[in-house]
Design a protein. Structure first.
Length: 147
């Protein structure tokens, strides 16, 4: 009797699983969409971005100075200490901060307006210094943005 009850319960449950409409167990695949980018930004991975950027140069006689150029992958628009500087992380084969990435600290007086965003091309030159989290970063003395 118990086996019959279990079998009947199983058939009842299975009978309730059918539906006249689309299956609820298989989600519909999302349709491909065009990426959306911020105004003024090329966006990460945008293959149409073909702008160039003026290269930044180190001042003569500055031994700790480094030059870099790459696409922005992260922007810190508002610095926690409130001094008005901006921070960028760019994809950079020389990888001053991490492999393939370089962080750039830009003082308020050198901060570009409007501030570039992810995907924009950036060049910077300046001494490598230790940041607030112990990371190596360029303290920009010269900065250029590809527009």
């Amino acid at each position: 009797m118990r086996r019959r009850s279990i079998a009947l319960l199983a058939l009842t449950v299975l009978a309730g699983c059918g539906a006249d409409g689309p299956s609820t167990t298989t989600p519909e695949s999302p349709k491909p969409q065009e990426p959306v980018y911020s105004t003024g930004s090329r966006g990460l991975g945008d293959q149409r971005a073909s702008e160039t950027v003026e290269l930044s140069h180190c001042p003569a006689g500055h031994p700790a100075c480094r030059e870099t150029v790459g696409r922005i992958v992260y922007v810190e628009r508002v610095d926690a200490d409130g001094d008005g500087d901006a921070h960028f992380v760019i994809s950079d084969p020389q990888g001053i901060t991490l492999e393939g990435l370089t962080a750039i600290d830009v003082r308020a007086g050198l901060r570009p307006h409007p501030l570039p965003g992810p995907g924009d091309l950036l060049s910077a030159a300046g001494p490598v210094q230790t940041g607030s989290y112990g990371q190596s970063q360029i303290h920009a003395l010269e900065l250029h943005v590809g527009r």
